[in-house]
Write a protein that binds this ligand. Structure first.
Ligand code: ADP
Ligand code: MG
Length: 321
């Protein structure tokens, strides 16, 4: 499969009144066409800001990409203008946000919102546009799609709104869909249906997906590889099977141990003793050292790089398993 995305040493910083906050601090990973990468980690670990950096939506003016490269489909996105990024977002690259209500405009009917990208970027109008929109609603298994075209967002259930947002995300047949905790507002049955739809879509279209979640069960079900984030860094990156069978970073081990039944990963991550560090004053060494049973003097002073023991399994730890 061809390489679609290469993120190299990404640094995304916020200016805060406490100083510079390194929300993303040297993140690197690759993604191939048709591949699904899961990004997991506790709240505040930099998952969403990594995604927003890729799609060019880092909150301004406090936030900025301070370094690194994001090579997508052969072009570095970091130096691109807002106009260029908007065009790329409308076509090749789509992001589905955590909260479906935040992605839908309450003032516009469902059909118009699903069709907007097709109108703006593909120039579709009239009956062909309507047909295409109906096809998208059907692809997302939205019942009675004709009746939904004229519905308002508030008239739909949470699950239906999520599917509508999904339909918007895939409307211009992107090469990469980034889904940021798209299932958190939904009950388990609807989650499963939604994830299955995305998987079907991927099999049909070769879409690459970055799936951001704090739920390892979702990663196990949907992803080929997983990146575990901690304090703005990737601490472990491997095939999902390898991460589950043989987690090497103490943080990943803690996350997996906190799932009630590891043979059926379906639980949410629960807290590991201690607190994640404050990002505006990170310790000089490993950010996990203060919570780590294995930490020694070196861990407190020297930052472990993300290194691969073999091509498939990388870990940022001085004492990995
Ligand atoms: P996650 O998605 O993993 O829960 P985020 O990527 O949203 O975490 O946030 C990473 C860090 O960046 C957090 O410490 C958060 O407080 C900080 N952050 C996010 N948005 C802003 C902002 N607009 N201004 C300042 N700090 C922010
Ligand atoms: Mg988030």
């Amino acid at each position: 499969m061809a390489r679609l995305l290469e993120v190299r040493n990404l640094q995304t910083h916020f200016d805060t009144r406490w100083g510079v906050l390194k929300a993303v601090d040297g993140v690197s990973f690759d993604l191939d066409e048709g591949e699904t990468l899961g990004i997991v980690g506790e709240s505040g670990s930099g998952k969403s800001i990594t995604a927003m950096s890729i799609v060019g939506l880092v909150p301004k003016p406090a936030g900025r990409i301070a370094g690194g490269q994001i090579v997508f489909d052969g072009e570095d996105l970091v130096p691109k203008s807002q106009d260029e990024l908007r065009e790329i977002r409308g076509t090749k690259l789509a992001m589905v946000l955590q909260d479906p209500m935040a992605s839908l405009n309450p003032m516009f009917r469902i059909g118009d919102q699903v069709g907007e990208g097709l109108m703006v970027h593909r120039g579709l109008r009239g009956a062909p546009l309507r047909e295409k929109v109906l096809g998208l609603l059907r692809a997302m298994r939205i019942p009675s799609p004709e009746a939904r075209l004229n519905a308002w967002p508030h008239q739909l259930s949470g699950g239906m709104r999520q599917r509508v947002v999904g339909a918007i995300g895939i409307s211009c047949e992107p090469k990469l869909l980034i889904a940021d905790e798209p299932t958190s507002a939904l009950d388990a049955t609807i989650q499963l249906q939604y994830l299955t739809l995305l998987q079907e879509l991927q099999e049909r279209t070769g879409l690459a997906i970055i799936f951001i979640t704090h739920d390892f069960g979702v990663v196990a079900r949907l992803c080929h590889r997983a990146a575990v984030m901690y304090a703005g860094r990737i601490v472990e990156l491997a095939k999902v099977d390898d991460i589950f069978a043989r987690p090497r970073h103490p943080y990943t081990q803690g996350l997996l141990a906190s799932i009630p039944d590891a043979s059926k990963p379906a639980g949410k991550l629960t807290a590991i003793p201690g607190q994640p560090p404050e990002l505006h004053r990170l310790p000089p060494g490993c950010p996990f050292a203060p919570r780590c049973a294995r930490a020694d003097e070196r861990c407190n002073v020297e930052r472990p790089p993300l290194e691969a023991s073999d091509a498939r399994h990388a870990v940022a730890c001085w004492h990995p398993d």
